[in-house]
Design a protein around this ligand. Structure first.
Ligand code: 4AD
Ligand code: MG
Length: 438
């Protein structure tokens, strides 16, 4: 018999097929059993009647427990009342393997329990939907850059130096020396941009974040485009185009999953160009005004010159129905490689893109310092060792050009699109300060 995936049912209505999957759940009476069968691509309901199938078959079906692996055979019938819009009219049922005392029952469980059972929790409908959306987001990002002539440029995980500050480095033995797990592929992507014009990285990055916030993982995936001869405005245009493209793709292809997550679609439909662009000084004014109105709110306290905390990002973004760019941060609070604004030399030609609905920074980007002596000075100011950066400085010795890029946090983007409140659900096996298992 032909084996068909549940997501392909619309093309096989009326046919007798086999579904290879697991029992998601069952309910019913002593006369009828409604078996919900999942196969990884969807869930379908199959009805078993005692009268039709006889006592032995009926009792066999009734005794099947949650997550037993089964082969179900039947005819596909369109039925608007059934979950998913189709029903499998049962003819035969075969058990593959038992599932005894499956730990995740349909009742509510605490997050810690679910995280300890992450390897099984992945089968639950919401987690399943989030990770299918993750897949769509990854595909969309790759398509976006591939369609625009970017070269995929893979960068190393073992590195000899810091990129984004020395306080969040993971170090590991590397034969007779020490290696750091990469915080960002950017410096290597810059070499790629000088060789290929426009490149993007797509890979895991690591930060020893000693924070327990819902926005931080210690291992997360980052996408970093880098483009020769690109300026700040062009860099933001690229970030904006990419974000709109990705959201549109998910809206087009993942309606079922968004519905399973009860996502408010209007919030995603409003993600259209242009995104507002706010100078850091304007952002400060907004924050100072807010503080004046809410003098008792501890988390909202702010002094111009400081970096934004999560609460500040939420306040700034709350005025808009789409992401907002904040530009020209004080150089003091930003990375050594960012180019200064010649018109305002204590500021950098960089931006953060803040997501709406309180999701915080989704993207950080900048123009890179392209002058050899200035860059060398910055490396010294930041008290970074010079030797590991020697190759990076070569990019300024041999045909240096203005260039820019950004880094998109994959899990932050997924969490936002899915409307979830913690990054831990946006990756199959999250790594956080207090969690490395399963
Ligand atoms: O702003 P960040 O630190 O920028 C860079 O790493 C640059 N080198 C990027 C570039 O210009 N090529 O990080 C970029 C993004 C953030 O906006 C955020 O979305 C995400 O990476 N991110 C994290 N995501 C999850 N957990 C963490 N601990 C993260 N730290 C940053
Ligand atoms: Mg940043």
């Amino acid at each position: 018999m032909k084996r068909v995936y549940i997501e392909d049912f619309p093309r096989h209505v009326g046919e007798e097929v086999e579904v290879a999957g697991w029992l998601y759940n069952q309910r019913g009476s002593n006369k009828f059993r409604f078996l919900l069968v999942r196969d990884g691509t969807g869930i379908v309901q199959s009805v078993c009647s005692r009268e039709e199938k006889g006592d032995e078959f009926f009792e066999f079906a009734k005794a099947l427990t949650q997550e037993t692996s089964i082969l179900v055979r039947g005819t596909i019938k369109q039925d608007d009342r059934a979950p998913g819009g189709y029903e499998l009219v049962l003819t035969d049922l075969e058990k593959v393997a038992d599932s005894v005392d499956y730990p995740i029952s349909p009742k509510e469980h605490g997050v810690d329990f679910l995280m300890n059972n992450r390897h099984l929790w992945l089968r639950s409908s919401k987690q399943h939907a989030i990770l299918r959306i993750r897949h769509e987001v990854i595909r969309a990002i790759r398509d976006f850059f591939n369609e625009r002539g970017f070269i995929n440029f893979d960068t190393p995980m073992f590195t000899p130096n810091a990129v984004e500050g020395t306080t969040t480095l993971f170090s590991t033995e590397y034969f007779d020396s020490i290696a750091y797990l990469t915080q960002s592929g950017q410096l290597y992507a810059e070499a790629g941009a000088m060789a290929f014009g426009k490149v993007y990285t797509f890979g895991p990055t690591f930060r020893a974040e000693k924070s327990k916030t819902r926005r931080h993982l210690t291992e997360f995936w980052m996408i970093e485009p880098e483009v020769a001869y690109l300026d700040l405005a062009g860099d933001m245009d690229l970030a904006e185009d990419m974000t709109v493209f990705v959201v549109q793709r998910v809206l087009q292809n993942r309606q079922t999953e968004l519905k399973a997550l009860d996502r408010d679609l209007s919030k995603l439909e409003s993600i259209q160009k242009p995104f507002p662009r706010l100078h850091y000084d304007e952002a400060c004014e907004v924050l100072m005004a807010y503080q004046k109105e809410h003098p008792d709110e501890e988390e909202a306290k702010f002094e111009p010159g400081e970096d934004f905390g999560g609460r500040h990002e939420t306040i700034l973004a709350s005025a808009y129905d789409r992401p907002v760019f904040v530009t020209h941060f004080p150089a003091e609070i930003k990375a050594f490689y960012m180019k200064r604004d010649p018109e305002q030399t204590d500021r950098v030609l960089g931006f953060d893109m803040l997501g709406p609905e309180g999701y915080g920074e989704l993207i950080g980007g900048s123009v890179r310092e392209d002058d050899l002596d200035v860059l060398l000075g910055r490396i010294r100011e930041h008290e970074l060792p010079e030797e590991p950066f020697n190759w990076y400085l070569d990019l300024r010795r041999y045909g240096s050009v203005p260039h820019a890029g950004f880094g998109l946090g994959l899990e932050r983007t997924i969490t936002w699109i899915c409307g979830r409140d913690h990054l831990r659900e946006a990756i199959p096996f999250p790594r956080m300060m207090y969690r490395m298992t399963p």
